[in-house]
Write a protein that binds this ligand. Structure first.
Ligand code: ADP
Ligand code: MG
Length: 255
């Protein structure tokens, strides 16, 4: 069975695209799942940029105009076998795009992947709503601050009204500063469990500059460990990352 999971948020810049690229990579590479990640933020697309995929002649845009089949917009990324459906980076390719076609277009992927991750546009506009409607489940991405939390409360409400199952909240860019909302406060406000707490980590920004998900560029970094734990949780597998010192000892044992 193919699970379609929408990665959504009310506010932009909270880490949706980062989460999609990292979860997709780890589910494909480490957990050997068939994964397709799709940039559903067609008006301000970033997923291809994050992966260094610039030359993609067929994109989701052509699928949504009816000019192409979704299978023709699939590209393989990295030896992990992760597959990506990017959106066009060109403004002119928005002409004729009908985001309402998204849900139907995905039907051709059923049975061809274990997991499809949808990278949503922020907020509750047409693109974001179409992504929620096309999902079986959603993960709500938030930061430990009031504005994004206010917005994600609305997203949760809308997801409930549409009838999509929320898997929980990913709290990203956590700095454990006194002025941040705590995990408990976020859970109470959104009325959903926090399924992952990802630290603010410079390696995420470094990896962006290298156009490579942090889990591939720096798998032992703090953020990568959390991405891996979350990926395991989503597919119901137990995973406890090995400690830093364990890895050092393992390295010397090989010598
Ligand atoms: N845990 C993190 N630590 C540091 N920087 C992060 C983290 N998560 C995301 N970022 C950075 O924040 C910015 C916005 O992330 P992005 O994934 O594009 O958000 P969204 O897709 O929700 O707009 C990017 O520059 C990204 O590299
Ligand atoms: Mg994004």
């Amino acid at each position: 069975m193919t699970r379609v999971i929408g990665i959504i948020s009310g506010k932009g810049g909270v880490g949706k695209t980062t989460l999609v690229a990292n979860l997709g990579s780890i589910l494909a590479q480490r957990f050997k799942k068939e994964v397709i990640i799709i940039d559903c933020n067609v008006s301000t697309s970033h997923l291809g940029l994050y992966l260094g995929m610039y030359y993609t002649p067929v994109t989701l845009n052509q699928v949504l105009t009816g000019e192409a089949e979704i299978e023709d917009a699939i590209y393989e990324y990295h030896i992990s076998g992760l597959r990506v459906i990017p959106a066009s980076l060109s403004l002119s390719d928005l002409k004729g795009v009908d985001i309402a076609r998204l849900k139907n277009s995905l039907k051709n992927l059923f049975g061809k992947a274990d997991i499809v991750l949808l990278d949503a546009a922020p907020g509750l506009g047409r693109e974001a709503l179409a992504t929620i409607r096309a999902s079986d489940e959603v993960i709500l991405v938030n930061t430990p601050f009031v504005p994004s939390t206010m917005d994600i409360m609305k997203c949760h409400q809308v997801a409930n009204e549409i009838g999509v199952k929320p898997l929980g909240v990913v709290l990203n860019m956590v700095g454990k500063e006194k002025y941040e909302l705590t995990m408990k406060e976020v859970e109470e406000l959104i009325e959903l469990p926090v399924i992952s707490s990802i630290p603010m980590d410079k390696n995420v920004l470094r990896s962006l500059a290298l156009k490579m998900p942090v889990v591939l560029f720096s798998p032992n970094s703090q953020s990568s460990r959390e991405f891996i734990k979350l990926a395991a949780k989503i597919i119901g597998e137990e995973y406890e990352p090995e400690g830093f010192f364990f890895n050092i000892l393992k390295f010397f044992k090989k010598k």
